[in-house]
Write a protein that binds this ligand. Sequence first.
Ligand SMILES: [Zn+2]
Length: 258
Amino acid sequence: MNGKKVILISVDGMRPDGLVACGNEYVGVLKEKAYYTLDARTVTPSVTLPCHMSLFHSVPPQRHGIITNIYTPMVRPLNGLFEQLANAGSVNAMYYGWENIRDVARPGSLKFSEYIHSYSEEYSDESLTKRAISRIRESKPDFVFLYMVETDEKGGHDNGWMSAEYLRRISCAVDNIKTVVEECSGEYTIIITADHGGHDRDHGSEMAEDMLIPNFYIGDDFQPGKQFHGGSILDIAPTIAKIMGITPAPEWEGMPTI
Ligand SMILES: [Zn+2]
């Protein structure tokens, strides 16, 4: 791979207004460093696996066919970001705390992968982030996907979206993001997003609270400190392909943000 390296961070269930309201001072730093939107849209149903399949395959659930949190093979298979990257020789890594998400990458497309059950004693978004960073230091993978789950499970579902505990969990995620940015920016372009938002103790609807997501892009290709409006979760894979200099799959429907 001669292209640039990318770290993609997905903070499950992180609403843009939750990010703004979480009280962590580093959110202001992220806004200064990033080209960003606070009103990008995810896809319906606004549910974790369908949204992440759309993130990585740049098509809506109506096309990839995964409409619940249980993976089923696609009737009309298409390559996602992991497969396109692997075909181009990229070394890919994935760190995650929710097992269902493993199917965003087909077998053969990952060189490094670590899953820890999010309700096990050794799991925290922070410990997962540290493991990802130690792998990054050691092996310098070309592409790293870091998926944090506590905002959704232990914040939104257990306590309610926009509750004090939900906002505290977002602030913890921002601390982890800070660690990644401080350790890896420069060498890596860093992209921060979420799969969906939430309301009450649930998500999955077409309400704005569920549908709006943040996208932050920190790297040489992006103007720092500039907010844009709109955008789609489908745009993230084409943007990463462009940053890394690989060809998008012909079926992808999103547009690069650069
Ligand atoms: Zn989710």
